[in-house]
Write a protein that binds this ligand. Structure first.
Ligand SMILES: Nc1ncnc2c1ncn2[C@@H]1O[C@H](COP(=O)(O)OP(=O)(O)O)[C@@H](O)[C@H]1O
Ligand SMILES: [Mg+2]
Length: 406
């Protein structure tokens, strides 16, 4: 069957659609008891990417999405409207992708747009709750396209005691598990996250967590200082210098000292953080650089290095002590930022990790998360669980998502 995976991440940059052909396969599935003890069972999806396309949100929609993530600014009526509006835009994006590649999907897996995520339980009116909210109404998407839609993947994992994130490790495991090599998948979206898969891993061995900012702080600074959505190809950062003071200062934050599993979002590295980064970077630069003029580009460079340095710091602290790893495989929009990638290559070299791209495994970096939600939808369609409890902290495997029928 052909499944359209639809993703729109915390960057709120737009909609990614991947058309994926999936079939059940009788793969050899390693079980928890060890690599020797394997059994044949039809529980793996085999997949092939047929095509992918990206659809930037119009500025007015993006602004509305960003405001919705800051719910004090938005009333419930507007949120309800946005839920239905995004479904219309998702449907348009899937239809355009089908037309472009001349394939029709049989099923959609739609992540939706996260407007709130709090993975750790906190007291609320007498109960302790972990909560999440992705919007883009599945019933509307299904009606427009005339095919079933799986949406709302995260709550089932949370209901099973998990953090509802990350969910992409399911695909990482299928793609990268190897008998001889330990590999670390790194996705640089708005937030950066890693999935570490030791050699000969079973799903129980997977380590996955958010390392901190991906493009989020770079985007916010570029917007503030250059009135652009992002630093295209890393050109602005390439012209700037790194302010070491703020980088080491921000790496002291409690988030970076907290042990995984952990998740981050706009709640941690969004607008408030960007304001702090800007204020502190300016005051540090005033102290450290005396009379020397510091350019706006220095702040973009510094935000870029904060991303790569936090990635290597987190990998060094929380991944490398857990086993032997030799590759770091990058995906996400950040892979297009050349300055970011050059800095990351440096950091990876220092950790003796070979830097690779998901492209080498048949998945273009900007398609990976959309592919993941196609694969997850296929598993749900077959009533199979697809959370990785070791990654989310769930007590048990869970069948993810809700199905809408046309
Ligand atoms: N050509 C490019 N040059 C630099 N950065 C880019 C480029 N294309 C995309 N990006 C970055 O990638 C981000 C989007 O990445 P994406 O993987 O879609 O993240 P998310 O999952 O958070 O939506 C953009 O906000 C931008 O920062
Ligand atoms: Mg995106």
């Amino acid at each position: 069957m052909i499944v359209a995976g639809v993703m729109s991440g915390t960057s709120a940059d737009g909609i990614d659609v991947a058309l994926v052909r999936l079939e059940n396969s009788t793969a050899r599935v390693p079980r928890a008891t060890g690599a020797e003890d394997r059994q044949e069972k039809p529980s793996h999806a085999r997949f092939e990417l047929l095509g992918h396309a990206a659809f930037p949100y119009p500025a007015s929609v993006r602004n509305c999405v960003l405001r919705s993530m800051n719910a004090q600014c938005m009333g419930v009526a507007e949120l309800a409207r946005l839920n239905f509006l995004l479904a219309e835009l998702f449907a348009d994006a899937v239809a355009a992708t089908e037309k472009k590649f001349q394939w029709n999907a049989d099923l959609v897996g739609c992540h939706g747009q996260t407007i709130y995520h709090q993975g750790k339980p906190a007291p609320f009116l007498g109960k302790k709750l972990a909560v999440t909210w992705q919007i883009g109404e599945g019933a509307v998407l299904s009606a427009r396209l005339g095919i079933p839609v799986v949406s709302d993947f995260r709550p089932a994992d949370m209901a099973a005691g998990g953090k509802g994130a990350p969910l992409v490790p399911y695909l990482d495991y299928l793609l990268y598990r190897d008998d001889g090599l330990g590999r670390i998948a790194l996705n640089i979206g708005g937030i950066a996250n890693v999935t570490a898969i030791p050699a000969r891993a079973t799903p129980e061995d997977v380590i996955a967590f958010d390392t901190g900012p991906g493009n989020m702080v770079i985007d916010a600074m570029t917007q503030k200082l250059f009135h652009k959505r992002y630093d295209r190809d890393g050109r602005i950062a390439a012209a700037g210098r790194t302010l070491e003071g703020p980088v080491s200062h921000f790496l002291q934050l409690s988030f970076f000292r907290r042990k995984p599993p952990k998740t981050a979002g706009r709640e941690e590295f969004g607008r408030k953080f960007a304001e702090r980064f800007w204020r502190d970077a300016r005051s540090v630069r005033a102290r450290k650089h005396g009379g020397a003029r510091v350019e706006k580009a220095d702040l973009i460079r510094t935000a870029t290095v904060l991303t790569t340095r936090s990635i290597s710091d987190q990998v060094r602290r929380y991944v490398l002590p857990q086993g032997s790893f030799s590759e770091l495989i990058v995906s996400g929009g950040g892979a297009k930022n050349r300055t970011l990638m050059a800095s990351l290559a440096n950091e990876a070299g220092a950790l003796e990790l070979r830097l690779r791209s998901s492209d080498e495994f048949g998945i273009p970096p900007d398609a990976k998360e959309a592919v993941a939600f196609a694969v997850l939808a296929f598993e749900t369609w077959n009533r199979r669980p697809s959370n990785v409890p070791a990654a989310t902290g769930a007590r048990r495997p869970a069948v993810l998502g809700k199905i809408s029928y046309p």
